[in-house]
Design a protein around this ligand. Structure first.
Ligand code: ADP
Length: 163
C-alpha cells in the first residue's frame, strides 16, 4: 500500500492546497495530510479549526476517489511523522522560485535523516500559483474578497475571525 504524507501548516487550507491534495490522491492509496502545530508561526486558526476545515473540504474529494485521506496533526520532526504514519513519500507543492530555496534545503536535511523516504514535488497549477495562506489572511483582514482563493467554509471562518 502506497502511503503519502502531505505536510503543511494549512492556516487555512486554500484552493492551492486542495489542488495538490487532489493530484496527490492519484499517486498513492492513502494520503495523510500532516497538519503541523507550528506554534512558532503563530497560526490564526487553532489546530482544531485547521483540522476541521481540512476534513470538511476533503470529504468531497474522498467521495470522488478510492484513495483514503487521513488528517494527522503532528508536532515532531517531519521525517518522524512520515515514519509514524508509514509514508514512503512526502508530497510538497512548489510555487515560485521563493519556495525552491527552502524546500531544497529541507529535502537535503531530511534525506540525511532518512534516505528511504522520498520527497516528491508537484508544480503549482498556473491557476493557483499565486495563492498563499498568508496573503489570503491579509486580504480577509483588510475586508477583501477571498472567494477565488479558498472554499466557502474557509471564507466563512475568515469572516468570523475578522468580524
Ligand atoms: P508550510 O508551513 O509547510 O509552508 P503551507 O500550508 O504554507 O505550510 O504549505 C504546505 C504545502 O503546500 C507546501 O508544500 C507549499 O509549497 C504547498 N502550497 C501552498 N500553497 C500552494 C499553492 N497555491 N499551490 C501549490 N502548492 C501550495
Amino acid at each position: 500500500m502506497r502511503i503519502g504524507l502531505y505536510p503543511g501548516t494549512f492556516d487555512p487550507i486554500t484552493f492551492g492546497h486542495m489542488d495538490i491534495i487532489r493530484r496527490g490522491m492519484g499517486l498513492v492509496d492513502r494520503l495523510v495530510i500532516g497538519v503541523a502545530i507550528n506554534r512558532d508561526k503563530g497560526p490564526l486558526f487553532s489546530l482544531e479549526e485547521r483540522v476541521e476545515l481540512i476534513e470538511r473540504e476533503c470529504a468531497g474529494l474522498m467521495r470522488e476517489s478510492d484513495t483514503e485521506i487521513v488528517v494527522h496533526p503532528f508536532e515532531n520532526l517531519l521525517i518522524d511523522c512520515a515514519r509514524d504514519v508509514g509514508a514512503q513519500v512526502i508530497l510538497r507543492g512548489l510555487r515560485a522560485v521563493a519556495d525552491f530555496e527552502y524546500e531544497f534545503q529541507m529535502v537535503g536535511m531530511n534525506r540525511k535523516l532518512d534516505d528511504s523516504i522520498e520527497t516528491v514535488f508537484m508544480m503549482a497549477d498556473a491557476e493557483h500559483q499565486a495563492i498563499a495562506s498568508k496573503l489570503v489572511k491579509e486580504i480577509a483582514r483588510l475586508g477583501g474578497e477571498v472567494g477565488k482563493f479558498v472554499p466557502a467554509s474557509v471564507q466563512q471562518a475568515l469572516l468570523q475571525k475578522f468580524s
